[in-house]
Design a protein around this ligand. Structure first.
Ligand SMILES: NC(=O)c1ccc[n+]([C@@H]2O[C@H](COP(=O)([O-])OP(=O)(O)OC[C@H]3O[C@@H](n4cnc5c(N)ncnc54)[C@H](OP(=O)(O)O)[C@@H]3O)[C@@H](O)[C@H]2O)c1
Length: 417
């Protein structure tokens, strides 16, 4: 079946199509591809539901390269299966930034599956990802089509950073029992878009937040993963970490990221260095106890306000509208940094510790998400033999350690200390 997919792929007009190019994130992906990949290296184009809005995107990004004129936009609507099939059957990889994905993403997944087209996105909606896994994973594994959700700031630093330190432990002969990730607050700066806020509100309103309390929610079999797991070290309370030598606070995206990393551990297992009892924790590392306390209180209050429909409706009136996002200055002066501490044991019982660091030099949710998402699709298009065969895979389980070199070449720091 996957040979059939390879034969089909040979005749495809495009390597990559960016679906949702008119979105705030999609326009940045278009800009990134335009700046870094010309059509002789990679055949790619943009797609969306409105021809005139796609032409506007072309005009806006032309300042980065006149080759924008060569883009032939594809018009497709996420509620019209025939238009999606016409698009997915023309390309080897689809990038989707059309969110909220729970509202607009399911028919596209079906279309990619039926047409054997690999797929990457930046959803942060685990309840929708779980639904797609349950409906389509088996067939995707059988026909060799790869689906990789959460290939942006959520959850590449968590998942690929963990892969980096686990892989290094393995090279030292140890199997990883624990990874702690610290998102460094003083080295992080960025903004949020209307689409991201709309997706978060959609998740609350559709009851999707309930799933976030279960770290094993995205594992292949969540119940048996939870039963086999050691007692969780996750906590919302600020604490001082002796190894990081820093105060900590809850990190907003940790509930999603830890589900992704645990799915990776379950998919890759001991063969790739993740112990069956693998533990993962993720927190913010803050400058001092006062900041930790403030972050904790803000998180609790924001969670309460979002969970009550009266306050949620007031919040909706003041947040940025879909289609809008941080200014160019915020995107270009943004940054993020993560530290990793991994622990494992060799077969003769020796404990080994590995430390790693990752750093991005643009706003994490937009400039650097566009970089990570684009490079994910490029990896699938140009290095498919280094990737997983098919199915719903996390970034680490799909792209493998060679993806870290691609991110380094793209300008991010990924370092073992
Ligand atoms: N994981 C991460 O790190 C990360 C970072 C950033 C964003 N995100 C997620 O990415 C998604 C996009 O965010 P954003 O702020 O860029 O969104 P946005 O600007 O609000 O854009 C939404 C996009 O969806 C398109 N769309 C809506 N209905 C459609 C339909 N029926 N058919 C085809 N296209 C349709 C819109 O097209 P029109 O222009 O024609 O209306 C637009 O291109 C959100 O879900 C957000 O949460 C994730």
């Amino acid at each position: 079946m996957s040979q059939l997919r390879e034969r089909k792929h040979k005749d495809r007009e495009y390597d990559i199509v960016v679906f949702g190019a008119t979105s705030f994130a999609g326009a940045l992906v278009t800009e990134y591809l335009l700046k870094h990949y010309n059509q002789s290296t990679l055949k790619w184009t943009i797609a969306g539901r409105s021809s005139s809005r796609l032409e506007d995107v072309k005009k806006r990004v032309r300042q980065y390269s006149v080759t924008a004129d060569e883009l032939r936009p594809i018009v497709a609507d996420s509620s019209n299966k025939a238009s999606l099939d016409a698009m997915t059957s023309k390309t080897r990889v689809i990038i989707s930034t059309v969110g909220p994905f729970a509202l607009y993403g399911s028919l596209l997944v079906q279309s990619c599956l039926e047409n054997g087209t690999d797929y990457v996105d930046i959803t942060g909606e685990p309840h929708w990802v779980r639904k797609m896994i349950d409906q389509h994973n088996q067939k995707a594994e059988e026909n060799g089509t790869l689906f990789v959700n959460m290939s942006g700031f959520d959850s590449i630093p968590s998942d690929i950073g963990t892969l980096m330190v686990v892989d290094h432990l393995k090279k030292k002969g140890a199997i990883a029992s624990e990874v702690k990730s610290f998102f460094v607050l003083r080295e992080t700066k960025g903004g949020a878009s209307g689409g991201t806020i709309a997706s978060a509100i959609e998740a609350v309103e559709s009851g999707g937040l309930g799933s976030m309390s279960n770290p094993h929610y995205l594992c292949p079999s969540p119940k048996s993963a939870a039963a086999a797991a050691p007692k969780s070290k996750d906590t919302l309370l600020p604490f001082y970490d002796d190894e990081e030598k820093s105060w900590t606070a809850p990190f907003m995206m940790a509930p999603v990221n830890r589900q992704v990393v645990r799915r990776t551990a379950a998919l890759l297992g001991e063969e790739h260095g993740y112990s069956q009892k693998f533990q993962y924790t993720e927190v913010l590392s803050t400058p001092n106890v006062f900041v930790s306390g403030v972050v904790f209180v803000v998180m609790i209050v924001a969670g309460l306000l979002l969970s009550v429909s009266f306050s949620r409706n007031i919040i909706k009136k003041f947040v940025p509208a879909p289609g809008t996002g941080p200014t160019r200055k915020i995107i270009e002066t943004g940054k993020w940094a993560t530290h990793y501490i991994a622990k494992g044991r060799t077969p003769d019982g020796r404990e080994v510790t590995v430390r790693g660091r990752a750093k991005g030099h643009q706003d994490p949710g937009y400039g650097d998400t566009a970089r990570m998402l684009s490079e994910s699709a490029v990896h699938l298009a140009l290095s498919r033999d280094k990737c997983a065969k098919g199915g719903f895979r996390t970034p680490a389980a799909a792209y493998g350690p060679t993806f870290i070199d691609r991110l380094r070449t793209a300008g991010q720091d990924w370092v073992i200390e």
